[in-house]
Design a protein around this ligand. Structure first.
Ligand code: HAS
Length: 546
């Protein structure tokens, strides 16, 4: 494993991805700020801009574009750091993937700005966008596949040179994340290529709505783990080094990632619990599998506590919680991801509530769900990605994280947590009072129930405004780290496994078994209901309500 900076060409590839990711973050955040004010009734949009148009831009740019670009940049950097300089093939694939994704993003964004694709990030049929919106999204997915091929080849070259050895943990995790992503995106590729594109071009009149939604959620749930796993890479491998400790167990970390490959895909029906046309048995089966996919997160929580506690005790901590004091609270590289972990405790608990059949009847399609994903993806994942950026960006640009920027990062994290506490807390609460999600400002003719929601929606707007300030702060820090911070060497921290950990069984790296089992589970969970949907679900013409 290299200890020096990445090869400059590898660094450029990672940096290009991260730069596009942060531009998307900025644009998506502007949409977010405006929509929070519209929804609270404090702002009317000028120039014919629609609330749902903003909501689409916000969801696509943040949930799909920021995440995917940042993740692929980070995974490429991790591969180069732990398996050596990228091979010419891996680099070429990385750049082709990058340009396909960038062109796709540009097409999609233009369509949203032209108000030709106001279909939200889930693009549910029968809402019908311009075909170019779907073509843009296809390019993003195809681009990510090409990048994935580059990473797989890099990994294969390393394995060939190091036969019989387990691959570096960070690269193993990058490969597992891309395997999960590719299996998952097959679902969205099928619905976009065979349903949405022909339908939006007018080649067919109608679309099987239930089939399109089922294929979307086949992709939509593993999508959330595609966001989460790079954060877990940081928690398992990077954080131990930053806190001056060791990785608790290499095998446990690998097993957790394998379990995500197995269980994160055949569970999409938990987003469709209230959807008619799927029989209860198949929903029940997928809910059982959903509870299986909670296990690797519980394992992760266990491993993190163990890492923190062992490291604290090795530094002389005593008592039940003495180790907490030994954590480096003033180091933003630790503090930001740690706050992400902390928030994932209520965030994950909310997910378990969502997945419980009876509870889902209460929360489905309410602002509770919006609150859930602002804790999970928009705090746990986003804060961890910021935490990674604080050292990765200067590592790639040959600069250093100064004490001033570190302090600003801590303040940024605190702002983020306060903003999100207000916004997501209000969303969860008002969701329990029945306030629907995906809805513009309305008092429903001054209905008393709807009037009760208004004060919460104002709190959401206050939280949103604080979050926007935090976005400006992170952008200021990132730009500084990229172009203005003092020249120097910033470490790419990679932890070592604790000497007391068990030896890693090579079985964990037998992808044939894990991919094979994953396919078997998918076939069991989806074949019968999908045949039923193809045969019996009615088709619908398209609608454009905006
Ligand atoms: Fe979710 C809806 C169920 C996790 C994102 N989810 C969504 C949507 C998004 C999303 C975006 O079953 C909305 C989609 C839409 O637009 O309609 N979710 C779950 C479950 C989990 C879960 C069971 N979700 C996530 C993650 C996301 C995410 C992660 C993004 C990154 N979700 C649902 C369901 C719905 C749903 C239903 C549909 C609702 C509906 O009706 O529409 C689980 O994976 C959660 C397991 C997590 C844990 C927490 C482990 C805690 C850890 C931290 C440890 C902390 C430490 C620090 C060590 C069990 C690892 C402490 C240290 C100290 C010193 C104290």
């Amino acid at each position: 494993m290299k200890n020096t900076a990445l090869h400059p060409n590898d660094g450029k590839l990672a940096l290009a991805h991260i730069a596009v990711g942060y531009i998307a973050l900025f644009l998506g955040a502007i949409a977010g700020l405006l929509q929070a004010f519209v929804r609270s009734g404090t702002l009317e949009l000028p120039a014919g801009i629609g609330y749902y148009q903003l909501l689409t831009a916000h969801g696509v740019l943040l949930a799909l574009v920021f995440t995917t670009f940042f993740i692929i940049g980070f995974l490429y950097a991790s591969m180069s750091r732990t398996t050596g300089d990228l091979t010419p093939f891996a680099k070429k694939a990385g750049w082709i993937g990058f340009w396909l994704m960038t062109i796709g993003t540009a097409i999609t964004t233009v369509m949203i700005l032209l108000n030709k694709a106001t279909v939200l990030y889930t693009f549910y049929a029968p809402l019908k966008a311009s075909p170019w919106f779907y073509i843009g999204l296809t390019l993003v997915v195809v681009g990510s596949w090409v990048s994935g091929a580059g990473m797989f080849s890099q990994y294969a070259v390393w394995k060939k040179k190091n036969e019989g050895k387990p691959s570096p943990l960070l690269s193993f995790m990058a490969v597992a994340t891309m395997i999960l992503w590719i299996i998952a995106t097959l679902g969205v590729a099928v619905t976009v290529l065979f349903q949405f594109i022909p339908w939006s071009f007018g080649l067919v009149d109608k679309i099987n709505v239930l089939l399109s939604r089922t294929l979307f959620w086949y992709f939509g749930h593993p999508l959330v783990y595609f966001w989460l796993l790079p954060a877990y890479m940081c928690w398992y491998v990077i954080i131990p080094k930053i806190i001056g400790g060791k990785i608790f167990s290499d095998s446990l970390a690998r097993l957790a990632f394998v379990l995500f490959v197995l269980f994160s895909i055949p569970v999409g029906f938990h987003h469709q619990i209230l959807e008619s046309g799927i029989t209860p048995f198949w929903k029940f089966l997928q809910i059982v599998l959903t509870f299986m996919v909670i296990v690797p997160s519980l394992m992760t929580a266990f491993a993190l506590f163990a890492t923190f506690e062992i490291s604290g005790r090795e530094k002389g901590a005593s008592g039940l919680f003495g180790w907490v004091k030994k954590l480096p609270w003033t180091d933003v590289r630790f503090f930001a991801p740690f706050m992400g972990m902390l928030v994932f405790i209520p965030g994950g608990a909310g997910g378990i509530i969502n997945a419980s059949n009876q509870m889902n009847q209460v929360v489905h399609n309410t602002l509770w769900v919006t609150g859930h994903f602002h804790l999970t993806v928009a705090t746990t994942v986003a804060l961890t990605f910021f935490g990674i950026s604080y050292w990765l960006v200067p590592h790639l640009t040959g600069r250093t994280l100064t004490p001033r920027l570190n302090k600003l990062g801590i303040i940024q994290t605190v702002f983020w947590c306060i903003g999100m506490f207000l916004m997501s807390g209000a969303m969860h609460t008002v969701g329990l009072f029945g306030a629907p999600r995906r809805t513009a400002y309305t008092t429903y003719g001054d209905h008393p129930q709807a009037l009760e929601w208004m004060s919460y929606q104002t709190i959401m707007a206050v939280g949103g405004a604080i979050l926007f300030v935090a976005i400006l702060m992170i952008l200021y820090i990132i730009i500084n780290l990229a172009v203005a911070a003092p020249k120097g060497t910033e470490e790419f921290p990679v932890g070592e496994v604790h000497e007391d950990a068990e030896k890693t069984p090579l079985l964990l790296e037998n992808w044939k078994i894990w991919i094979g089992l994953s396919v078997v589970l998918i076939v069991i969970a989806y074949t019968v209901p999908v045949i039923d949907i193809i045969e019996n679900a009615p088709s619908s013409p398209g609608f454009k309500f905006w």
